[in-house]
Design a protein around this ligand. Structure first.
Ligand SMILES: [Ca+2]
Length: 274
């Protein structure tokens, strides 16, 4: 009898330990739902939480609102963010993990609806050595800009200025760069408006030590003013087909559609390449 009781206790203990392990595994799984291995930042602007805009890549780089960034119902897909001048999302650049910093390629896509034709930074990041490593901009001289740099000094990989900057209407911006292909491309509304071969054999600067922001340069220049939706940043150069898919359907729907076909989101790039 006593022996049976001990055995029952023993089995109960085993059961509880097992249940605890399963629960822990599930919780870890839920906290590490990375949408795509190469997707670093995704702001669909559907969820604001107090002074924070939730970042949806699964990596948890939520944006802290500085100034006046508000949710708008006039989005391209659902809701958007409205940036008043001199306002931005702080992404705490120094604390972005090394493996999430794009070095071998970068793509930056967003729907924008600017309130004037002036110098506006969609996104900005600066390395510890002072390198301005990325400039995705709508510009006051009437075009758009897409640039990446390697570490200082003077390591501009490409600097594309092309397209026609138009205010008060939705425009889709998509800059891509692949180190392996040695090629950068700028698409506006899905049209290839500029293309440049790498000027230098260098990777993009590998840290955001002086900060990373959506909507305002690190030195408080080039304020983005207007609406922005479906902002996504990648650590590889997307293909033209991928750019068009995301532009037309929104990134959320694009990834969901791929998953619905029974494919993992992680195989999306390969799937599209076939
Ligand atoms: Ca949206």
């Amino acid at each position: 009898m006593k022996r049976n009781l001990i055995r029952t206790h023993y089995l109960m203990c085993l059961f509880l330990i097992g249940a605890l392990c399963l629960l822990t595994a599930e919780m870890q799984d839920a906290s590490a739902q990375i949408l795509d291995p190469d997707l670093v930042l995704y702001f669909d602007y559907e969820d604001f939480d107090g002074n924070t805009v939730l970042e949806k890549s699964g990596r948890g780089y939520d944006g802290e609102i500085n100034g006046d960034v508000t949710q708008s119902n006039d989005g391209k897909f659902g809701k958007a963010a409205h940036f008043a001048a001199n306002s931005f999302l702080d992404l705490d650049g120094p604390n972005v993990k090394a493996e999430d910093i794009p070095t071998e390629g970068m793509s930056l896509l967003a729907w924008i609806n600017v309130e004037s034709v002036s110098d506006m930074a969609l996104f900005n990041a600066r390395a510890t050595d002072g390198t301005w490593l990325v400039h995705p901009e709508a510009r006051g001289d009437g075009n758009y800009r897409w640039l990446n740099r390697g570490p200082n000094p003077g390591r501009t990989i490409f600097d594309i200025r092309a397209g026609e900057n138009k205010a008060n209407q939705w425009q889709h911006y998509a800059g891509t760069f692949s180190y392996a292909d040695g090629l950068a491309v700028l698409y506006i509304n899905g049209e290839k408006v500029g293309e440049e071969k790498s000027r230098l054999d260098t990777l993009i600067a590998d840290n955001w030590g002086q900060g990373a922001r959506v909507g305002f340069n690190i030195d408080d220049k080039r304020p983005f003013t207007g609406l922005m939706d479906d902002f996504n940043l990648w650590k590889r150069g997307l293909s033209e087909e991928e750019v068009l898919d995301i532009m037309n359907n929104g990134l959320g729907a694009t990834l969901t559609a791929v998953e619905a076909q029974g494919k993992l989101a992680t195989t999306w790039g390969k799937l599209k390449a076939n």
